[in-house]
Design a protein around this ligand. Sequence first.
Ligand code: ZN
Length: 246
Amino acid sequence: MKLTVLGCYGGYPHNGIGTSSYLLTSGDYHLLVDCGSGALLALEEVLDPLQLNAVLLTHYHHDHTADVGVLQYLWQLKQGKRAEPVLPIYGHTADPLNFGGLTWPNATVGQAYEPTKTLQLGPFSIDFLATHHPVPAYAPRITETATGATLAFTADTAAFAGLADWATGVDVLLADTNFFANHQGPAWHLTSTQAGNLARQAGVKRLLLTHLPQTGDLTQLATEAQAAAGDATAVDVVTAGSSYEI
Ligand code: ZN
């Protein structure tokens, strides 16, 4: 499968690059994972949005959902060949108001995922872990059924013990790394050191840092994560528009 980064900042867009959104492709199946600010413009650079097969939302913070509304309008208004008659948007139901907004007549339909159950979605098999965040959020562990290739995406989360078990042995760990190692105060996201430690504990060979801070030196962020991860893990800061074969 191929992971394409559409947006990679946490909180708000910066320098023409948007917030969390990722395109996951297997064959001719296209899954959008989170749909933050700027996602639709970035998606249009690589794929006609009518060719999406599904959208998966980890949680309903705006930096992960800001472009859902305009994606719904596009599916309502744009003419052209569609991959699906109506675009399914998968979300959790712990927040009924936001889940209800995923349905837009003749355009998109909200589909509930059950976080304790495996979700079969086209070529993917997806398991979830509830994260530690101010609102209900779920980290998807995505397996490409045909190849066994695996991607774990932390969604947004503070560090906690269950993350390492959940991520054990995946091919790629995409980690919310919003903070440098010296972060002080409340942390609802991982620091660079925590992301590196998680990769090492989970035995992950490739760690991708995302949900990035707008200020500071991202080379330093990577260096700090690499120091914690150890030599067995390759660490990279993602960039918008980049693709990764998994
Ligand atoms: Zn969040």
